[in-house]
Design a protein around this ligand. Structure first.
Ligand code: ADP
Length: 425
């Protein structure tokens, strides 16, 4: 090979060769880097595909779980628009297809009287809380059903609440069962009141006899004076006033008894506890006299109203008073003290019925609330279980407490105050 003789040409050739070699090296490196990037990209794409497949698989699994979930699962917006609902939910609402429900407002389904409470629950969920609520729905076919919903916030990746997630179950059967239990309990309480009246009949007849006998006496006196022409108008007026007073007394006793045995109680509302206690003591009056019991009423002045059913509370007081009187049967008459005390403690009204009777052996303390447990020959053993049910249905508690000095027993029960503010007042 002939090399250029010209040194300039030689230098040019060598530069060109060097550049070419550099270029080849660069392209080779680029090629390698590109291949590497391709491999990385292929791996990434593969991974992403696998992750997406997994995600789709998970989503599918989750959808299947939700779809087969026997409870209604739903997602809704703050203003109540339904975003998702599973088949169980659609069935509850008697919807033929998702399109009948999705995109509509939940408030079309919530029964009108529960809408405000439901709206408040939704607002709480979007504020980040969770909540439970019982309410009624009206299905697309116009049927009402009781529901219980457990609602929680559904959040996005940044923690913002994006929907209300509600799991709702049909509690209609439970609600009906509760209504029946309530009805049975009311009927049992009523039967016990009628039974109490039966047991007290002779004493009450005697109590009623007194004003009736007085009326007969005063009337006969009036007649005598009228017939004999003696007696002034003033005498006659006084006698007739007595007749009126005694008739009112008899009428008062009869209306108390009628109220007491009435099946329908007054509605649950604020009640004057002391008026109820006095009414119970009026009915217990004949037995108190018969057994020569010394009654001490220690009623707290300014007692706030309690919330409840007047006759049921009266039934509890009368039952405890009658038990106390019976428990003092073996105590000599001069030592039969029955103290009825009321006061307010820890935001509740407290009633205590204390006797100086036989007391209660420790082993019997739990048994006395068992139905049909009695130590009396003619006892039924239903008084205290009914009293406890009544008190607990009123949000209170009934307990026996041995007296500190060891003689006799105290029954204490609590009742809710009608208005918390009254505690301070
Ligand atoms: P009954 O009066 O028909 O026996 P209760 O359920 O009212 O039914 O009372 C159950 C039992 O509790 C009574 O038989 C009695 O042994 C006991 N008991 C209730 N009150 C008192 C009391 N004040 N002192 C002692 N024992 C009581």
């Amino acid at each position: 090979m002939d090399y250029p003789a010209n040194p300039f040409a030689w230098a040019l050739l060598s530069t060109v060769l060097t550049l070419m070699a550099g270029l080849i090296l660069y392209v080779t490196r680029l090629n390698l880097r590109l291949r590497h990037s391709k491999r990385v990209l292929e791996n990434e794409i593969g991974e992403r595909c696998r992750a997406e497949e997994k995600l789709a698989e998970n989503e599918n699994r989750l959808r299947q779980i939700i779809a087969s979930e026997p409870e209604c699962v739903k997602l809704q917006t703050l203003d109540g628009i339904l975003l998702e609902m599973n088949p169980a939910g659609l069935a509850l609402l008697e919807a033929g297809q998702p399109g009948d429900i999705i995109g509509t407002s939940v408030y079309d389904m919530v029964a009108p009287e529960f809408r405000d409470e439901y709206r408040a629950l939704t607002e709480r969920i979007f504020a980040g809380e969770s909540g439970v609520m019982e309410f009624q729905i009206v299905s697309l076919k116009g049927r009402r059903r009781w529901m219980e919903t457990h609602a929680v916030p559904l959040r996005d990746g940044r923690g913002n609440v994006i929907a209300l997630l509600g799991i709702t179950r049909d509690i209609t059967a439970r609600k009906h069962a509760e209504d029946e239990v309530r009805l049975h309990y009311r009927e049992l309480a009523h039967a016990a009141r009628v039974n109490t009246m039966g047991e007290m009949a002779s004493g009450l007849a005697h109590e009623l006899n007194q004003p009736l006998a007085a009326i007969a006496n005063y009337s006969r006196g009036c007649l005598r004076r009228i017939r004999s022409g003696g007696g002034t108008v003033e005498d006659l007026t006084q006698a007739i006033e007595q007749v009126c007073q005694q008739a009112e007394r008899a009428g008062g006793i009869i209306s108390s008894l009628r109220r007491f045995v009435n099946k329908e109680d007054s509605p649950r509302q604020p009640q004057d506890l002391h008026a109820i206690v006095r009414e119970a003591m009026l009915i217990a009056g004949p037995e108190v006299k018969l057994h020569q019991v010394d009654i001490r009423l220690n009623l707290a002045p300014g007692m706030p109203h309690v919330l409840g059913h007047a006759i049921q509370i009266e039934q509890v007081v009368l039952n405890l008073v009658r038990n106390a009187i019976e428990a003092m049967g073996d105590v000599p008459p001069g030592r039969r003290y029955l103290t009825l005390r009321t006061y307010v403690a820890e935001g509740k009204a407290v009633v205590e019925v204390r006797d100086t009777g036989s007391g209660l052996p420790r082993e019997m303390q739990n048994r006395i609330f068992e139905p049909f447990f009695t130590t009396k020959s003619a006892g039924m053993g239903m008084g205290l279980p009914i009293c406890r049910s009544i008190v607990e249905a009123h949000g209170g508690a009934l307990i026996p407490l041995p007296n500190p000095n060891g003689d006799g027993l105290t029954f204490r029960f609590t009742l809710c105050l009608a208005d918390e503010e009254e505690i301070d007042g």
